[in-house]
Design a protein around this ligand. Sequence first.
Ligand SMILES: Cc1cc2nc3c(=O)[nH]c(=O)nc-3n(C[C@H](O)[C@H](O)[C@H](O)COP(=O)(O)OP(=O)(O)OC[C@H]3O[C@@H](n4cnc5c(N)ncnc54)[C@H](O)[C@@H]3O)c2cc1C
Length: 512
Amino acid sequence: MMLKTIAVLGGGPGGLYAARLLKLSHPEAQVTLYEQGVPEKTFGFGVGLASRTQRNLRLADTASLDAIVAASHPHDMSMRVGDQHVQLAHGELLAIGRATLLGVLQRFAQDAGVQLRFDERRSVGDLDADLIVAADGINSTTRTELADDFKPDIAEGRGLYLWCGTEFALPSAVFTPVTTEHGSFVAHAYPYASDRSTFLIETDESTWRRAGFEDTTRDTPATQTDQASLDYLQDAFSDALHGHRLIGNRTRWMRFRTVHCGTWHTGNVVLLGDAAHTAHYSIGSGTKLAMEDAIVLDRAITAADTLDEALDAYEQDRRPAVDHLQSIALRSMLWWDSFPDRMTTMPVEQLMLAYMTRAGKVTVERFADSAPHVARRGVAAYAAVREDDVPPSGDLVDWILGRPLIRGSRRFDGRVVPHEIGAEPTVHRVDVGATAAWGDDADRVISELPPAEIYLLVGPADRESLLNRFDFAERLRHATGALVAVDLPADRRADAAAALVSERADLVTFTD
Ligand SMILES: Cc1cc2nc3c(=O)[nH]c(=O)nc-3n(C[C@H](O)[C@H](O)[C@H](O)COP(=O)(O)OP(=O)(O)OC[C@H]3O[C@@H](n4cnc5c(N)ncnc54)[C@H](O)[C@@H]3O)c2cc1C
C-alpha cells in the first residue's frame, strides 16, 4: 500500500514509537508528528517495562530497545508491611524516567526521518494526511470529537491515587501500606534512575475525605501540585522514604479512568495507546500497551493492500490482548482498592502470594517456582504449619485443597466440600451471575443477604466469572465474617488453590 503522508497526533511513547516504525517501513512517506508540549517540560516520573515487553520491543526495533535498556534502571520487587519485609528476585524488571524514555524515542524518530513538531496542538480536523494516527493520550480530543464513531465508554475507579517522586533510588520496587489517624494509604514505589524513584500512592475515598484532601484537591489549580497532600504523605511514608522528600510535578489526587472504545478506527483515523484504551497502573502496562499497539499497527499497514483492511486487521489482531490485559488490570485495581481489609489479617508472605495471584495470571505453583521461600512461608501461614511441612511446588495444589478447616464446632477434613452442603439449613446459596464483586450492584446484593453460617457462591463456569466469584467471596468474608464456599469447574483446581491460600474463599465445591 502506498502512503504518501502520515500524521501522528501526540508525542507520548505510543505516538513517537509508531512514527518511527511507520517511517522505517514507509521510507518514501512524509511522517509528521505533532506534540502540544515542548521536550524539556515533560510531565511524569518513572514507568516500568517488564521482560516480555522488552522482548516484543526488541523484535520490532532492536536499536531503540537497546538505547531504552541502556537508559533504564533494573530493580527487584518487595513488599513491606510494618516491620515485615519480603524480597523477590525478579531479574528483568526495568524502569525508566518518562522524560528519558521520550528523549530516546524522539531521537530515534528523528533519526528515522520523522518530522517532530513540538508546541503544536492540533485536532484531526486540521490535519490532511493519508493516515492519521491519534495517540493523543487518555484525554484524547480525537476520541471525543469523533465519539459517535469511536463510541467511548469511560469508567472511573472508586479509589484515589497520586503520582509523585523522590530524589533517591529505592533498593527495590516496594508495595507498602501505612495507616494514619485518617485511614490507610498504599505506596507502589520503584527506582527508575540512580537518584530517583516513583511513588504512586493510593487511598480510599473516606480516608481521602477524612484527611481533608477533598479540600486541598479543590483548592489546587490544575497546573500545580497539591503540596499539602505531599507534605502529609511525606510524613506518613517517612520510613519508606528514608527521610527524603516527595516531589510533585502537577501532582494531584485523581481517580483512575478505564477507557474502552467500540472501535479504534474510522475513515483514515486510528486510535492508539491511552486514547484507545487504558489499564490500571498497578499492572504497569500503559506504556507497554501503547508501544505494542504501534508495532501491530505498523505490521498491519505493511501487510495489507488497502487502509481499510489494514486498520481492520490492526484492531482484530490487537483487541484480544488489550481486552485480556484490561480484565487483569480491573481485577488488580479492585484488589488494591480493597487492600486495607487484608493488611490486618495476613502475614506479609501470604499477602505477597495473594498479590501475585490476584488477577488470575500467576498460579501458586508458578510463584513457588520463582520465589520458593516466600511462597512456602505464605502457604505455611495459610495452613498454620511450619514452613518445612509445606510440600514442593509440584504437589502444592492438592495439598492446599486438602488442608482441614475448623470453625467453631464445625470441622472440614479438606477444603473441597460436596454440593449437598447447599441443602443444609445454615447454608445460603447465592447466584452471583455477572454481578461485579465491587460496585453498587454488589453492595446491594450483600446488604440484602440473610444471615448464614456458610454462603455458597454459584454462577457461570467461564474463567472470568469464576475469578469474579472469588473476588465476591473475599468481600463477603470481610463483610459478614461467615465462611464462604465457591462453586467452580473441576478442572480449575489451580484457581481454587490460589483463592484458598489468599483467603479469598474458605471452601470450594467442584462441578464436572
Ligand atoms: C499514575 C500513573 C502511573 C503510571 N505508571 C506506569 C508504569 O509504571 N508503566 C507503564 O507502562 N505505564 C504507566 N502509566 C501509563 C502511561 O503513562 C501511559 O499509559 C502511556 O504514557 C500512554 O502512552 P500514549 O502515547 O498513549 O499517551 P501519552 O503518553 O499520554 O501521550 C499523549 C501525548 O499527546 C499529546 N497531545 C494530546 N493532545 C494533543 C493535541 N491535540 N495535539 C498535540 N499533542 C497532543 C500530549 O501532550 C502527550 O504528550 C502510568 C499512568 C499513570 C496515570
